[in-house]
Design a protein. Structure first.
Length: 215
């Protein structure tokens, strides 16, 4: 993509911005050949706003207006992504529902702190997810990176990473272990996309083998 230039990212946040900071760190270390073009926050009160700015990422705030449709809200949010020339939009703890405009179809990813389709959907985010996993007695958990459509946690799955649920886990301890997998999964999904190795067939994402001599 981009004639060999780094892939340009727009990152959407609603909370602390830890996923954005992870991506920024991977970019800075050279592990991820990308540029953070813009961060869009759903609230000016999100702590990730200051963190993104401190990391050198330009931040825009777009709060959803009372009675505003998901389509109208999506157009306002994605206008910032267009202005930044984003190749890929990465939801990173984004909580507000929005519709994906046609020109960004297949160019929006999300990461969810569970193994979808389990423990996903409206209202399932953050601590709530880990509480549900523990309440159901699951022996493994993990994270899922998927393409985004207009439903919560519904788009085709790109990749998943697992971790054990350990005896005595709390939502916080499990969340920390899952996040260690998230830190690996999201950059890998972005790399695969940038390399043109992802092909969607219905609900299935096929991952092509890397070309010889290409990482």
């Amino acid at each position: 993509m981009n004639g060999g230039d780094p892939i340009r990212l727009a990152v959407l946040i609603s909370g602390g911005g830890t996923t954005l900071l992870n991506l920024a760190a991977r970019i800075a270390s050279g592990e991820l050949d990308a540029r953070s073009g813009v961060a869009v926050a759903s609230s000016s009160r999100a702590t990730g706003v200051a963190r993104a700015a401190a990391a050198g990422v330009g931040v825009r705030v777009e709060e959803r207006r009372a009675g505003e449709s998901a389509a109208d809200y999506g157009q306002r949010v994605f206008e910032h992504c267009r202005a930044a020339g984003a190749d890929l939009v990465c939801l990173a703890g984004w909580l507000n529902r929005l519709a994906v405009p046609k020109d960004f179809a297949g160019r929006v990813m999300n990461i969810h702190p569970a193994l979808l389709p389990a423990f996903g959907g409206e209202g399932m985010y953050g601590r709530r997810v880990h509480e549900a996993v523990l309440r159901h007695g699951c022996k493994v958990s993990g994270c899922t990176v998927h393409f985004v459509d207009d439903e919560y946690d519904n788009g085709p799955i790109i990749l998943q990473r697992c971790c054990a649920v350990e005896e005595g886990d709390t939502p916080e301890s499990l969340a920390a272990r899952v996040f260690e997998q998230e830190k690996l999964a999201y950059p890998e999904a972005i790399r695969l996309y940038a390399q043109g190795r992802l092909r969607v067939e219905g609900r299935v994402v096929r991952v092509a083998q890397a070309a010889r001599g290409r990482e």
